[in-house]
Design a binder for this molecule. Structure first.
Ligand code: 26V
Length: 812
């Protein structure tokens, strides 16, 4: 079926209501209708998927497998409709059926199969791969529970489960025909083959079954449809039969349940290690499924595996899938009889590793004892990889014990650990960071020994975001203005936005641009009025920080500035030149005490500020609950100012920063992550950069000069803010509530809050002054949009494809 007309689409919806869902159209609920529309849309995608597969097969295309524990897809309906080019047709069809299309879109639950940046990046990459007509597939876990839902009760975060699969989704297609067996536990014995060669044999394992569920991914223009293959863990009836037969029925059922727990829930903490057996099994489970899937597909086409490395590339999204390296080695040597040397050559040439964080608490390590228990054969293989590698190092650096210790995959000690980053680096031909500054820090600070040893492996791939979801879809009015002004090429070639440069000072264009921004702010204000019962002035400056709650992201710095501003109005009689609205949203990991306390602080500040008649109409503070992709799509187009204020050197890249700029917000930020490159692109005059640099911080660390108390004693404004936090001013009903925040800042601030606070306050003041001159501000905002070309994930994917994966566009 090619592009349907409205009537054909109406017919398809009716058919699905009646015969796929079994409901009479007159009785259909909104969710029924959503399902029917989704299924009608899916059919169009499946036709294209079959054609895409055929095309790849004819061209013997090399394929990329993007291995990721997380894919933060969000909603799919509107996105799929846009990419298929049938958004308006569908809207009409739905309205003809007497339903409100916007309401229908709101029925879809977000697929929240990720925590934050790393998972959302994976979703943007899949969109770009399909749009570029490249054979690239996602492999991950079909979590039954996505990232928890966040409620706010008495200012505090409360988590609720996100049982998203409880409702039907049109986007996942179960493929029992491609299910595979995954062994776990057991032990390794040495046997001999007929020729007398020693064969390590893994025996007495238990087995999981991995059942793939495919989510079709359609590229813009609908030419290519790839898929995201997500695995559910099931128990194996065959295996359980032994237990059933031996009469232990309850034990057999118990084992079934524990198998099915493997894909039950997404771990909700990012940036901290968990070290739990369940997490380790999750990591192994999905890469083992992916390796089997790739080998099955390859053998169907080419019979043997000799050219596997010419036809498949694996990208490891952080170290979470690093066991793929050991699994590939095990499969090639133990199961397909390749020599170690040949298998290793193939493995290294197939794998690439992306690092997404420098924070030491996020670097994965697994206890040797746990690995030995769960994956005894893989542990042996890791030891063998390590042994051979350290021999090479020792050859090059004789008797440099320190270097050997640092580079070893095994960290010695009472509880020996396997360092997953070392495994990933040794087993990959490419190692990249996600922004220029971050990639440099990977080389110089994180793993300098490895950089010295394998300089050619290290490279940078600055992140990007898909303009389809984050501009076309999220901000349709701005998208239309862009298309009217410069044509629609920007949708697939974002560098075309530079054609806007010439209208950045054109007053008619500025008016249109500002009118759209105001409409977006009005829409967000309406949503906030409904949800939080706070009325906002759409002409105020909307200053927005939305992202995971983490100390290094410094939502607290933002809160300190708000307290300062509030106190300067109510105590010093200062008047702001323009009214200001602060908007926050973000989840804290459930076990992260300080992050949750910061949420509590922001909510309490909001409560007090929003009820204080002295700042009425001048200052408002909003914390929106349950941040997720679909909420980001509503907030970002309404921003005037984007907060990207992490401690320099700590935010690997950031991608929210790109989404905001693309939608005409200016950035206030530190020289961290991709902010550095955003400044290069938009020009220093169109971004508000403040604060310590990485070099400043390194210096302060070396000589130990950051002393919070100095700032406290020498700057009365800072002291006033800190004292307010320490007092009960923002917690009148819970005395002492925020004392731990005061103590963390004053006694052990790893994030340099007070060292940057004064510069931040000054820069915020400059922002407010500049906002007063509409043409001046509009020009800057338009130039931000015009100069965002680099930050399309299409650019990022082309770089990976060319330099790391060796895959190509496979057009008709
Ligand atoms: C680590 C862990 C540790 C075990 C528990 C679960 C879990 C989940 C995620 C992570 C790694 C998080 C790293 C991360 O999200 N990094 C972000 O990656 C973005 C995309 O490259 C980047 O823009 C952000 O700056 C970076 O913080």
């Amino acid at each position: 079926m090619s592009k349907p007309d409205t009537q054909a689409f109406i017919d398809a919806i009716r058919q699905h209501l009646s015969y796929s869902l079994g409901v009479q159209p007159a009785q259909a609920s909104l969710h029924d209708l959503f399902m029917a529309v989704g299924l009608a849309t899916r059919n169009l995608m499946l036709d294209k998927l079959f054609l895409t597969e055929q095309r790849y097969a004819e061209q013997n295309a090399k394929r990329l497998c993007y291995l990721s524990m997380e894919f933060l897809v969000g909603r799919s309906l509107a996105n799929n409709l846009y990419n298929l080019g049938i958004y308006d047709i569908c809207r009409q069809a739905v309205q003809t059926l007497g339903m409100d299309f916007d309401e229908l879109l709101e029925v879809e639950l977000d697929a929240a199969l990720g925590n934050g940046g790393l998972g959302r990046l994976a979703a943007c990459f899949l969109d770009s791969l399909a749009t570029l007509d490249m054979p690239g597939y996602g492999y991950g876990i079909n979590y039954e529970y996505g990232l928890f839902k966040q409620d706010i009760i008495d200012g505090k975060q409360v988590e609720k489960p996100d049982h998203w699969l409880i409702r039907d989704t049109p986007w996942l297609i179960e493929r029992r025909d491609y299910a595979c067996f995954i062994p776990l536990y057991g032990r390794v014995v040495q046997t001999r083959d007929r020729a007398g060669k020693m064969l390590p044999t893994w025996i007495d394992w238990k087995v999981l079954v991995g059942v793939p569920h495919d989510m079709p991914i359609v590229g813009y223009n609908g030419n290519t449809v790839n898929y995201l293959r997500l695995y559910s863990a099931m128990s194996s009836d065959e295996f359980d039969m032994n237990l059933f037969n031996s009469g232990d029925y309850i034990k057999a059922v118990e084992q079934k349940i524990s198998s099915e727990n493997i894909s039950k829930v997404l771990y909700p903490s990012d940036q901290v290690r968990v070290g739990k057996e369940l997490r380790l099994i999750q990591e192994y489970f999905f890469v083992a499924c992916a390796v089997r899937d790739v080998i099955r597909i390859h053998r169907e086409k080419y019979q043997d595996l000799n050219n596997l490395a010419d036809k498949v590339a694996f990208q490891l999204n952080d170290t979470h899938p690093a066991l793929a390296i050991a699994e590939l080695m095990r499969t090639l040597t133990d199961e397909y009889d390749f020599s170690w040397k040949k298998a290793w050559e193939m493995t290294v040439s197939m794998c690439g590793y992306t690092n997404h964080t420098l924070l030491p608490e996020a670097l994965e390590k697994w206890s040797v004892a746990l690995l030995e228990h769960v994956l005894p054969r893989h542990l042996q293989i890791i030891y063998e990889i390590n042994h051979r590698f350290l021999q090479q190092v020792a050859n090059q650096y004789p008797s440099d014990i320190g270097r050997l210790q640092r580079m070893s995959i095994i960290e010695e000690g009472d509880d020996k650990q396997v360092r997953m980053a070392n495994l990933a680096i040794i087993g990959s031909h490419s190692i990249n960071g996600v922004a220029a500054i971050h990639s440099e820090l990977v080389k110089t600070n994180l793993v300098p020994d490895f950089y010295e040893f394998f300089p050619e492996r290290f490279n940078n791939k600055t992140n990007g975001v898909t303009p389809r979801r984050w501009l076309l879809n999220a901000n349709p009015q701005l998208a239309s203005l862009l298309t009217e002004t410069i044509g629609e090429q920007w949708i697939t070639d974002l560098s075309q936005l530079s054609a806007l440069e010439v209208v950045s000072e054109d007053s008619a264009f500025q008016d249109c641009f500002l009118r759209i921004k105001r409409a977006n702010k009005q829409r967000l204000a309406t949503l906030i009025a409904e949800e939080i019962r706070v009325i906002l002035n759409p002409d105020a400056l909307f200053d927005i920080q939305i992202k995971r709650l983490h100390e290094y992201k410094r939502q607290l710095l933002n809160a300190m500035h708000i307290i300062h501003q509030y106190l300067s109005i109510v105590e010093d009689g200062v008047m702001l030149p323009h009214p200001k609205v602060y908007i926050f949203a973000g989840k804290a990991a459930p076990g992260y005490f300080m992050a949750k306390l910061i949420i509590n602080l922001i909510n309490n500040i909001a409560d007090i500020v929003n009820h204080d008649p002295r700042v009425k109409g001048m200052l408002s503070v909003i914390f929106m609950r349950d941040y997720k992709v679909s909420l980001a799509e509503k907030i970002i187009p309404a921003a005037d100012l984007s907060e990207q204020i992490s401690t320099a050197g700590m935010e690997a890249s950031g991608t929210g920063n790109m989404k905001f700029s693309m939608n005409g917000a200016l950035t206030i930020g530190t020289l961290d992550g991709a902010n550095v490159e955003i400044r290069e692109e938009v020009g220093a005059e169109n971004i508000y950069i403040f604060g310590l640099t990485v070099a400043d911080i390194e210096k302060m660390q070396r000589i130990g000069t950051y002393k919070s108390w100095d700032y406290y004693h020498h700057n009365p404004l800072i002291r006033r803010v800190m004292d307010a936090i320490n007092s009960d001013r923002f917690c009148p009903r819970e005395s002492g509530l925020f004392k731990p925040i005061f103590d963390a800042i004053m006694f052990n601030d790893r994030y340099y809050h007070l060292a940057d606070l004064d510069a931040y306050i000054q820069t915020q003041a400059q922002v407010l002054t500049d906002f007063g001159s509409k043409p001046y501000w509009a020009k800057k905002a338009i130039l931000n949009v015009a100069r965002m070309g680099k930050f399309s994930s299409d650019r990022t994917i082309k770089e990976y494809a060319q330099a790391v994966w060796g895959i190509e566009t496979a057009k008709k």
